[in-house]
Design a protein around this ligand. Structure first.
Ligand SMILES: Cc1cc2nc3c(=O)[nH]c(=O)nc-3n(C[C@H](O)[C@H](O)[C@H](O)COP(=O)(O)OP(=O)(O)OC[C@H]3O[C@@H](n4cnc5c(N)ncnc54)[C@H](O)[C@@H]3O)c2cc1C
Length: 386
């Protein structure tokens, strides 16, 4: 069986790989293939449900919370096979970001209310971190939450909220102490039901011709006090822990493997594959994807062993970003003079949206903390530079 992995499968893993491959062949709907931007919510919802019913929606979640608790090699096999088949990545905001934080810091009530619906896909979540004047300097956020009886009253604005207009709940960072000596010390993490009165959500259309984001406005929004995650004014610690999960998730090799397959299809069709200079670049990026898989697998192993990844998540995110952007650049090389065309290239192996891959890959160096910020984190915390 052909594999794309830095690990050699044991007999058991080879059987599992085959089972995943067969299942995907039978169950991955045609209309979900070939999307470079996120497929529409209704398609994603039914795909999420299918994976849930199969028991594969949360490979890394413990069984205690309804996850698959897959072994490390099984998790990697799933990423590889899902990437190879061109399966879309299911929403990370719930299963990858806030879910693990609630498992660790949430109350029993929060876990019981939210975790099961993240698994079934009944509820979509979004992330309310960024504000118009608080992106890289996130701790400057100004959306405030003031206690009034047993509710916080939230006022302010979030922006670049991925799928904010399709989500039902948001995990948000809000300022709960206006006078804290350090700006990080006055921040809390809170769970907000987006159906609450006083919330306005406006989608934002991107250069990729996709309404990926929204801006979200809060006007005297009353949120129960019990929706605070962890302790009041201790949100910065949780926010950073969540960003570690986010940065590792962003470097998942699934999309890179999918993109690589598309790049090869395009290069075979346009003849770029016969150019030795292009081919060398292709082989280099293929090795980068393998390295990315190995590093992500290592970090998953560390998380499983309850070890801290810390600034390692910045390195992993940078690696994933560089790979995605190199593949995006090579898409344009392979496409030749018509590379900037918005329409898909028709190849004997199916359509390839070359310029969409290029445009999409530009986002990677911004979200989850820009590449400049990741380099600064590494410079300070790993290299000890001033
Ligand atoms: C596709 C995508 C999805 C996103 N989804 C979400 C989401 O769901 N929820 C959410 O809250 N946010 C989301 N964001 C927002 C994202 O987190 C911010 O865009 C990011 O943190 C950068 O902030 P900013 O846009 O305000 O840019 P700025 O912080 O203004 O940065 C502008 C430029 O200056 C550079 N810069 C800034 N400060 C420094 C510094 N100290 N040293 C060196 N260079 C610096 C940056 O690297 C960048 O190049 C998303 C962004 C994208 C692109």
């Amino acid at each position: 069986m052909s594999t794309f992995s830095f690990m050699k499968d044991s007999k058991e893993d080879a059987d599992f790989r085959l089972a995943v491959r067969d299942w995907l062949e039978e169950n991955l709907p045609e209309e979900l293939l070939g999307w470079v931007t996120r497929p529409p919510p209704e398609l994603m919802r039914s795909w999420h449900k299918k994976l849930y019913e199969k028991g594969w929606i949360a490979p890394n979640w413990p069984r205690e919370f309804g996850g698959m608790e897959a072994t490390l090699s099984q998790q990697l096999i799933m990423l590889e096979e899902f990437g190879r088949a061109g399966a879309p990545i299911t929403s990370r905001q719930a299963l990858g970001h806030i879910g693990p934080i609630l498992m660790q810091y949430g109350t029993a009530e929060q876990k019981a209310q939210h975790l099961p619906k993240m698994l079934t896909g009944e509820i979509f979540w979004c992330q309310g971190y960024s504000e118009p004047n608080a992106g890289s300097d996130l701790a400057s956020l100004r959306t405030r939450a003031d206690l009034d009886g047993d509710h916080f009253v939230v006022n302010g604005q979030k922006i670049w909220t991925t799928w904010g207009h399709h989500a039902q709940w948001m995990f948000a960072l809000v300022r709960t102490d206006q006078d804290a000596p350090r700006k990080q010390a006055g921040i809390s993490m809170i769970l907000i039901d987006l159906a609450t009165e006083g919330i306005t959500i406006r989608p934002i259309r991107t250069i990729a011709d996709d309404d990926e984001f929204a801006e979200v406005f809060f006007d005297n929004v009353r949120v129960p006090e019990k929706n605070i995650v962890g302790n009041v004014n201790d949100g910065w610690r949780l926010a950073k822990a969540l960003l570690d999960h986010e940065r590792i998730g962003n470097a998942s090799p699934q999309f890179a493997i999918d993109s690589l397959e598309m790049l090869k299809k395009l290069a075979r069709a346009t003849g770029a594959m016969d150019d030795p200079v292009f081919k060398e670049k292709l082989i280099r990026v293929e090795l980068d994807v393998l390295a990315q898989s190995a590093v992500v697998a290592h970090s998953v192993a560390l998380v499983k062993a309850d070890q801290k990844i810390g600034s390692g998540s910045s390195f992993i995110k940078l690696l994933g970003t560089n790979t995605a952007q190199t593949i995006g650049d090579l898409m344009l090389d392979a496409a030749g003079p018509n590379g900037a065309e918005l329409d898909a290239f028709e190849t004997p192996e199916g359509p390839v949206e070359a310029s969409a891959y290029f445009r999409e890959s530009r986002r990677n160096s911004i979200y989850g903390g820009s590449s400049e910020i990741q380099r600064s984190v590494i410079a300070k915390n790993v290299l000890g530079l001033p």
